[in-house]
Write a protein that binds this ligand. Structure first.
Ligand code: PEP
Ligand code: MN
Length: 331
């Protein structure tokens, strides 16, 4: 149950309720309490303290269409996605920040095409400890330089909870990677800011588990959460992962959160990224994340899947036609 508490309750009452029910937070001047979804009716004490009560089927509560029937809106700089905007936000850039020269050429590509959000990781959650782990704070500073010089918005990932504060300071969108989707230290810290968060689906998680991770951020008081499908592990090994478009249809139908798709990490090979990206846009989505690199062959991470700039230019030029066919606009 989601309970909107009334303004007349005392601080002591609020404290008692918080102790009893675990989750209580402020949003737009409203005190909101969330009980486990198993609880379907409020007792007299709770009824008396509430203005409105919403009942959800499962612990997908704040993210559910039962609670908010329309899609939530998120504003990044001068663009808004979700709500009734029908905007598809394109995000591109390399997997990792590698050098000033490399990230500057990526920033210039964004400016050339009108892409507003530059992506790149500074803290990389690699599969092997023996490979490039990212430039860390130096990488964040380079991203910040691109933000100031070119007016781009920055999305970069948080690898563990030791540097969430740094990421919050430097990023316009905080990315929580597939391998960190269950990290409650990160989730809870991201609930304490209002910065938009892009939460990637863990490659071995169900949709229920994925959206419940988003609930940790929402119930901390941060309503600006985007869900990102980036491929799940199946029996298939010819491609890196399997992009779960059925899952995307389910998320669109059942949740109120904007949805971003990442075909680059799903397939893992550049040859299929453009076709998949168009298929993603054809679903009517809020955003698309594509890895691109000035010279993918020498990329320090995810070399196989990054598009070179000409490939990205060609893909980008084809996206609006697809978006138009489903009533969306590429922004
Ligand atoms: C990335 O975006 O570069 C990345 C590591 O993604 P994921 O967490 O989806 O593997
Ligand atoms: Mn990557």
């Amino acid at each position: 149950m989601i309970v909107h508490l009334n303004k007349n309750i005392t601080k002591e009452q609020a404290q008692q309720l918080a102790e009893k029910y675990q989750s209580i937070f402020f949003e737009n001047g409203k005190l909101i309490l969330v009980t486990p979804s198993k609880l379907k009716t409020a007792d007299d004490e709770l009824k008396k303290a509430s203005d409105e009560i919403f009942v959800a089927d499962t612990d997908i509560q704040l993210a559910s269409k039962q609670y908010i029937s329309t899609k939530r809106e998120i504003t990044i700089g001068d663009v808004t996605i979700g709500g009734n905007t029908n905007n598809t936000l394109v995000i591109t850039g390399p997997c990792s920040v590698e050098s000033e020269e490399q990230i500057e050429s990526a920033a210039q590509l964004c400016i050339e095409l009108g892409v507003k959000v530059l992506r790149a990781g500074a803290y990389k959650p690699r599969t092997s400890p023996y490979t490039f782990q990212g430039l860390g704070l130096e990488g964040l500073k380079l991203l910040d330089k691109m933000r100031s010089k070119y007016g781009l918005k920055i999305i970069t990932e948080v690898r563990d909870s030791t540097h969430v504060d740094e990421i919050i300071e430097y990023a316009d969108i905080i990315q929580i990677g597939a391998k960190s989707m269950y990290d409650h230290g990160i989730l809870r810290k991201c609930g304490k800011t209002r910065k938009p968060v892009l939460l990637k689906r863990g490659f071995g998680t169900t949709l229920q588990e994925f959206v419940q991770s988003a609930e940790f951020i929402l119930s901390g008081g941060n309503p600006n959460v985007m869900l990102c499908e980036r491929g799940i592990r199946t029996f298939e090994t010819k491609t890196r992962f399997t992009l779960d478009l059925c899952g995307v249809a389910w998320l669109k139908e059942n949740t109120n959160l904007p949805i971003i798709l990442d075909p680059s990490h799903a397939i893992g090979y550049a040859y299929g990224v453009a076709d998949l990206a168009r298929a993603c846009v054809a679903m009517g989505i809020d955003g698309l994340l594509i890895e691109s690199h000035p010279n993918p062959k020498v990329a320090k991470s995810d070399a196989d899947q990054q598009l070179n700039f000409d490939e990205f230019r060609k893909l980008y030029a084809s996206l609006q036609t697809v978006a138009t066919a489903v009533g969306y606009k590429v922004v």
